[in-house]
Design a protein. Structure first.
Length: 232
């Protein structure tokens, strides 16, 4: 794949990285095609926002989730937009299924979405880390004693522990910045496979990891530190 096509990866934010993986998910692509077909049919019958006849729109069974042939959400959250008889509007149903607010985005679009276009729902809370976690450091404080010297001692312990981990060859915690090159390669592999290009045996391992992110792991990206430049 042409490297120039991935130039935008140098400035993608954490939220945009999650989108780049999701939009390569074929199940999301299929859902979007079904959704937009229904949406356009509704617009044909009732007009386009903001001039649509919403009173008639919301009386149409097609305006509500789930998509035809699909089961209801197992546990719809309380922040879903509701229409008649507390049914979930189709666009909100799609968002809840895939983990975002606002209107579903076209996976074939050529530019990353801005913050006004895509807003992710909070990702699932991860389980607690074990006491033997290499990155965990418990530092007690005695609130009956002055805090400034305790904070200084804590900073020294943190710096010492970080240096010790580096000497041991333990990798730094994952961030957007230290994963940028790897994720870019993963996107290229997903696109190569979708285009029918051959993938080497070495790249096949990374491709499997890329699929794991695109087909379920993308919300984990939203938990990472994001020092990426914010786009207007």
């Amino acid at each position: 794949m042409d490297a120039d096509a991935y130039a935008c990866c140098a400035v993608l934010t954490r939220d945009q990285w999650a989108w780049e993986f999701l939009r390569r998910n074929r199940d999301y692509q299929a859902d979007y095609r079904r959704f937009i077909t229904l949406w356009r049919a509704l617009e044909t019958d009732y007009g386009t926002p903001p001039n649509r006849d919403f009173q008639r729109w919301k009386q149409d069974p097609r305006a509500y989730g789930p998509l035809p042939g699909e089961a209801e959400l197992a546990a719809p959250s309380g922040d879903l937009c509701l229409g008649e008889d507390d049914r979930v509007l189709l666009e909100c149903w799609i968002g809840a299924k895939w983990g975002f607010y606002k209107f579903p985005l076209d996976p074939q679009r050529g530019t990353p979405p801005g913050p006004d276009e895509l807003s992710w729902r909070p990702p699932p809370v991860p389980g607690p880390r074990g006491a033997d976690d290499a990155y965990r450091l418990d530092i007690p404080f005695d609130l009956s004693l002055p805090l400034p010297p305790q904070l200084e001692a804590a900073r020294f312990r943190l710096a010492s522990r970080a240096a010790e981990l580096r000497r041991q060859g333990v990798a730094a915690p994952m961030t957007v910045e230290n994963q940028r090159a790897r994720w870019t390669r993963m996107l290229r592999l997903l696109d190569a496979e979708a285009a029918g290009e051959a993938v080497t045996e070495t790249d096949a391992l990374l491709l499997r990891e890329a699929k794991a992110v695109a087909y379920g792991g993308y919300p984990d990206i939203l938990r990472l530190a994001d020092s990426s430049p914010r786009q207007a």
